[in-house]
Write a protein that binds this ligand. Structure first.
Ligand SMILES: Cc1ncc(COP(=O)(O)O)c(C=O)c1O
Length: 443
C-alpha cells in the first residue's frame, strides 16, 4: 500500500489508453446550442445522446424566460433555499409543477441528482427500508447510501417475484419500506411495471417513489409521466422529476402530499446545505412547463420519431432490447466495440455515446440512442444509414441489408483516424472496466 494518496491517479490509465487509441468518447466540446445538430471541432454532428426530448433547449421563449428572470432576480441567489435563496419565482414554479402533476405540493432542488439525494435520505430513516430496482439511476443509489441507518434492498429489474421477496423480508422485520423505481429506465428505455408494483406496495403497506426524469413530458396523454400513462396518478406517492431533460433547464422536483414536502424541505441536506437554483434556470423551467402543456404536438412528434427509429433499427437487424420509449439502446456486444463504433459514427457525423459494463451486463454493451421532437426525417434517415454502414464494418449486423440505398457504400477503413485493433481489447478493456466499475459500483 502506497503512502501517497495520489498514487491511484498515476495508475489511472484507462482514459489515456482510450485517447491514444482514438476511441475516447467523453467530454466532447460542444460549440453551439443543444439542438438536434451541434458543432464539435467546427463540424456538424447529429445528436443522439441528449435528453432534450421536446427540443426546448434552444426554444426562443425558453431562452427569453431565462433572460428575463436573470434581469429581474440577478444571476444567483447566493445562498440556500433554507435561508436567503428562495424567491417568488421558485415558489411560483413549484406551485405550477405540483398542479400539473396533480400533487398537493412540490419542492424544487438545485439538480435532479440533489432531489434524489435529499428526498431519499430524508424519507428513509433508521431501521427503515428502501427497495430499489437494480437498474435504478445512480442518483437513487446515492440517495439511499446517504440515509442515516436506513437499509437498502434491491430487486432484479422489473421482476415482481423478486420485489415481493424483498417486501416479505421487510414485513418479517415489522418495519416500513419505500419502493423506488425509474418511470422510464435511463439505459434500457423500458417502462416500470407500475400497476404490479403499486399492487404489491398496497399489499405490504409500502410507499412508491417514481423517478420521472425520462418520463416527464414523454409518457401519458399530457406528459405527466408514468402515473398518467397507466391511469394511476394518485398511486404515485412521491413523484420526482428533473428539469434537465424535457424541461430544458436544470433542477429537480419532488412532489407529494403537503406534509411529506414540508418534512423533506426541513430535513433534506442536499436542499439545505447547497445554494438554490439560479433565477435564469427557474425562468426557463417556468416557460418550458407552459410549452409542455400547450404544445402536445411536440410529444406526438417525439413518439413519431421514436417509432420510426425503432422500426428502422429493427428492420436493419439491430437488437433494440426492451425499449418502449425515446431511449433506444442498440446492442453492440463487447465494450471496446461500443467505443469503436461511437468513434466511427462520430467520423460519419453522428454524436452517440457508448454504455458499457457494469452499467449493462458484461458482453452486452450498447449505444444508447435517444430522440427529440426536433429531429427531422432527414436526420433520422441519415442516422439509420450511418449505423448500418458502420455496424456492417464491425460485423454487428450481417451484410446484404434491405436498405438498398446503402448497398453501394463501404467504410474506408484505410482512412480511419483511430489507432485501434481488437488485439488491444484486453489491455484497454481491463483498465476501462476497473474505472467504470468504481464509478458505477452497482453490482
Ligand atoms: C433517472 C434519472 N434520475 C435522476 C437523474 C439526475 O438528474 P439531473 O441530471 O437533473 O441531476 C438522471 C440524470 O441523468 C436520471 O437519468
Amino acid at each position: 500500500m502506497s503512502n501517497d494518496i495520489f498514487e491511484k491517479c498515476t495508475k489511472f490509465t484507462a482514459v489515456r489508453d482510450l485517447q491514444t487509441a482514438g476511441i475516447y468518447p467523453y467530454f466532447k466540446r460542444v460549440e453551439t446550442v443543444q439542438g438536434p445538430v451541434v458543432k464539435i471541432d467546427g463540424k456538424e454532428k447529429i445528436v443522439l445522446c441528449s435528453n432534450n426530448y421536446l427540443g426546448l433547449a434552444d426554444h426562443p421563449k425558453v431562452i427569453e424566460g431565462a433572460v428575463l428572470a436573470a434581469k429581474q432576480y440577478g444571476t444567483s441567489c447566493t445562498g440556500s433555499r433554507f435561508v436567503n435563496g428562495t424567491n417568488d419565482l421558485h415558489e411560483k414554479v413549484e406551485r405550477k409543477f405540483a398542479k400539473f402533476v396533480g400533487k398537493e405540493s412540490a419542492i424544487l432542488f438545485t439538480t435532479g441528482h440533489h432531489s434524489n439525494l435529499g428526498a431519499l435520505s430524508s424519507l428513509v430513516g433508521k431501521g427503515e427500508f428502501v427497495i430499489t430496482d437494480k437498474l435504478d439511476h445512480a442518483s437513487i443509489i446515492d440517495g439511499c447510501r446517504l440515509s442515516f441507518g436506513g437499509e437498502m434492498l434491491r430487486f432484479r429489474h422489473n421482476d415482481m417475484g423478486d420485489l415481493e421477496r424483498q417486501l416479505i423480508k421487510v414485513q418479517s422485520k415489522g418495519t416500513s419500506a419505500l419502493i423506488v423505481i425509474d418511470g422510464i429506465f435511463s439505459m434500457e428505455g423500458d417502462i416500470a411495471k407500475f400497476p404490479e408494483i403499486s399492487a404489491l406496495a398496497k399489499k405490504y403497506g409500502a410507499r412508491v417513489y417514481v423517478d420521472e426524469a425520462h418520463s416527464l413530458g414523454v409518457l401519458g396523454k399530457n406528459g405527466k409521466g408514468t402515473g398518467e400513462y397507466f391511469n394511476m396518478e394518485p398511486e404515485v406517492d412521491v413523484l420526482m422529476a428533473t428539469a434537465s431533460k424535457s424541461l430544458a433547464s436544470i433542477g429537480g422536483f419532488i412532489a407529494s402530499r403537503s406534509e411529506v414536502i414540508t418534512y423533506i424541505k426541513h430535513t433534506a441536506r442536499s436542499l439545505i446545505f447547497t445554494a438554490s437554483l439560479p433565477p435564469a434556470c427557474v425562468g426557463a423551467i417556468d416557460v418550458a412547463l407552459d410549452i409542455l402543456q400547450d404544445e402536445p404536438e411536440r410529444r406526438a412528434k417525439l413518439w413519431e420519431n421514436t417509432n420510426k427509429m425503432k422500426e428502422g433499427f429493427q428492420s436493419l437487424g439491430f437488437d433494440t432490447r426492451t425499449s418502449e420509449s425515446p431511449i433506444i439502446p442498440i446492442t453492440v456486444g463487447e465494450d471496446m466495440k461500443a467505443f469503436q463504433m461511437c468513434a466511427m459514427l462520430f467520423e460519419e457525423g453522428i454524436f452517440a455515446s457508448p454504455i458499457v459494463s457494469p452499467a449493462v451486463p458484461e458482453g452486452q454493451a450498447i449505444i444508447r440512442t435517444s430522440y427529440m421532437a426536433t429531429h427531422t426525417d432527414e436526420h433520422l434517415e441519415m442516422i439509420l444509414d450511418k449505423f448500418e454502414k458502420v455496424a456492417k464494418q464491425l460485423g454487428i449486423i450481417p451484410g446484404g441489408s434491405i436498405r438498398k440505398k446503402m448497398a453501394k457504400s463501404s467504410y474506408n477503413i484505410k482512412n480511419r483516424r483511430w489507432n485501434f485493433s481488437f488485439s488491444d481489447n484486453n489491455k484497454f478493456a481491463a483498465a476501462t472496466k476497473r474505472w467504470l466499475k468504481n464509478l458505477w459500483f452497482t453490482k
